[in-house]
Design a protein around this ligand. Structure first.
Ligand code: 4AD
Ligand code: MG
Length: 481
């Protein structure tokens, strides 16, 4: 009878020794003596290898020569209790077939290659232990996210990737066109005419599904998106991708405090899920990549996140500067915080995650809820904290190692206030007329946030560079594979 292939993850859990099994996978290492070879085989289902024991009397020299690091094998044999392999189970081979040989030009052959080298061979790096672990964790985090929202009554809502509007208003969008770029029609002012383009107007890849998400939330109550987003920002940093995945929940009737509760609860759920479902991979990463990883993950679960206003945050940073702390970038009231400031607050000052709220209007997006103004041009925010100028209910989550992991806000639900802000910014709302209708008909208080999926994976894996937590990173001047 033909036996079915057993995944190595399943095989290593079995104790019915003596059974015939069939395993397939890629050779990690081969060692041995004149009489026996030990082959560590991995099929990607787990970080763990199964040890194949090949008695050299049974297998020809020609065959054994083909069994090199990276080669793909199909092995039939008996599952036996193991004493030496580090696992409970090993396979005494009775038949070995080499499905794919692998020469010494295999780029992943040597151990200890740099991550930069691995990026240049991103098509093969998935077969290494580290990238296997990261990709399995990535999958598990996606499952955590869908499970969390499903269990909490959110509907998975699909927003378009091609759009005519710029949600963040930052103008860093990738254009989508079928026009012949050598022969562009322009009007008298030299502006490109798009009426003969595929969509009859200028379109781009979305930077965020939020605006359409708000349409969903103000109809279905609570939705979330989970899809790719695109930003043509020329930031060559270990935290930015040009194509990244974002999770954007949007909820009707949610206020500022409840928004922060949701941000904290959601992110803790994801971290707990990783600890519960990815034990082997996390232990591997803790040992090989970052010895404080598990401690940091446990720490996030224990701590209650600090909640403070931007104004209070600036005071702390200024105090630190007075005490001799040096930052590369300025952080006066009104400045956008750099990652060094965020990390100082989280890693050195509070030593726990921070939810920062009530940012200056000038550095945030048009759609955020405005705080109440005072007669002297200031504003009153969270817990009655006063700010020197107008502020908005933006609530970002700042994390150790990462800096900003979540960007969110309460949305401005009042039509006139929202229009006032749009006019003040001189925004072109031609392609956003539908968004304003949510405030004209049955407007409701609502709030939401965006979690950068890869930033979550960075945190959960302890990896240092965002290019190493997505299979095929897209960054400035790099779109290989
Ligand atoms: O703070 P951002 O720009 O917020 C928005 O896009 C809102 N519309 C979200 C919302 O309220 N629905 O982006 C949200 C998160 C950031 O906190 C960060 O984690 C991630 O997305 N992010 C990036 N991740 C990787 N590469 C980039 N270039 C990123 N830009 C933002
Ligand atoms: Mg942000």
């Amino acid at each position: 009878m033909e036996i079915k292939r057993t995944r190595i993850a399943d095989l290593l859990k079995r104790t019915d020794y003596g059974q015939e099994v069939l395993v397939k996978g890629w050779v990690r290492t081969k060692r041995g003596s004149k009489t026996v070879s030990f082959i560590a085989l991995n099929d990607g289902s787990t970080i763990k290898n199964v040890q194949i024991v090949a008695d050299l009397e049974k297998f020809s020299d020609e065959l054994m020569k083909l069994i090199t690091t990276g080669a793909c094998l199909s092995v039939k044999g008996t599952m036996v209790e193991s004493i030496g392999s580090g696992q409970a189970v090993e396979v005494q081979a009775s038949e070995i077939e080499v499905l794919g040989t692998c020469g010494d030009d295999y780029p992943m052959q040597k151990k200890g290659q740099t991550f930069e080298y691995m990026r240049q061979h991103a098509h093969m790096r998935l077969r290494t232990n580290t990238f296997g672990a990261v990709m399995r964790i990535r999958h598990n985090m996606a499952m955590a996210i869908h499970t969390y929202f499903h269990e909490h009554g959110f509907f998975y809502f699909h927003t378009p990737l091609i759009t005519a509007s710029d949600c963040e208003g930052a103008g860093n969008m990738f254009q989508v066109t079928t026009k012949n770029l050598y022969d562009l029609k322009k009007d008298a002012d030299g502006k490109i005419i798009y009426d003969d383009d595929f969509f009859g107007q200028q379109t781009s890849l979305t930077v965020s599904g939020q605006l359409e998400g708000e349409l969903g939330a103000t109809a279905l109550g609570a939705i979330y998106t989970f899809g790719p987003t695109f930003r043509a920002e020329n930031s060559n940093t270990p935290r930015h991708l040009a194509e990244f995945w974002m999770i954007e929940p949007e909820v009707a009737f949610l206020d500022q405090e409840e928004l922060m509760d949701l941000e904290e609860d959601f992110i803790k759920y994801c971290v707990r899920w990783a600890l519960d479902h990815c034990k082997d991979d996390l232990e591997f990463l803790n040992q090989m990549i970052d010895k404080t990883l598990l401690e940091r993950l446990e720490g996030v679960l224990k701590d209650t996140f600090v909640r403070l206003t931007y104004t209070e945050g600036i005071d702390i940073l200024q105090e630190a500067i007075r005490n001799g702390k040096k930052f590369e970038f300025p952080c006066n009231w009104g400045d956008d915080l750099a990652s060094e400031h965020e990390r100082f607050l989280v890693e050195e000052h509070f030593k726990k995650p921070v939810i920062m709220t009530d940012y200056p209007t000038a550095i945030k997006s048009f759609y955020m809820k405005q705080n109440e103004m005072t007669a002297d041009g200031g504003s009153i925010g969270y817990k009655g904290i006063k700010a020197p100028a107008s502020t908005m209910q933006g609530t970002d989550v700042l994390f150790p190692q990462i800096g900003e992991i979540i960007g969110g806000s309460v949305r401005e639900a009042d039509y006139d206030t929202l229009m006032g802000e749009i006019n003040r910014r001189k925004m072109d709302m031609t392609h956003l007329w539908w968004y304003l209708d949510t405030r004209r008909w049955g407007s409701c208080p609502h709030a939401g946030f965006g979690l950068g999926f890869e930033r979550l994976i960075l945190f959960v894996t302890g990896m240092q560079n965002i290019r190493d937590v997505i299979p095929f990173p897209r960054t400035p001047r790099s779109a290989e594979f």
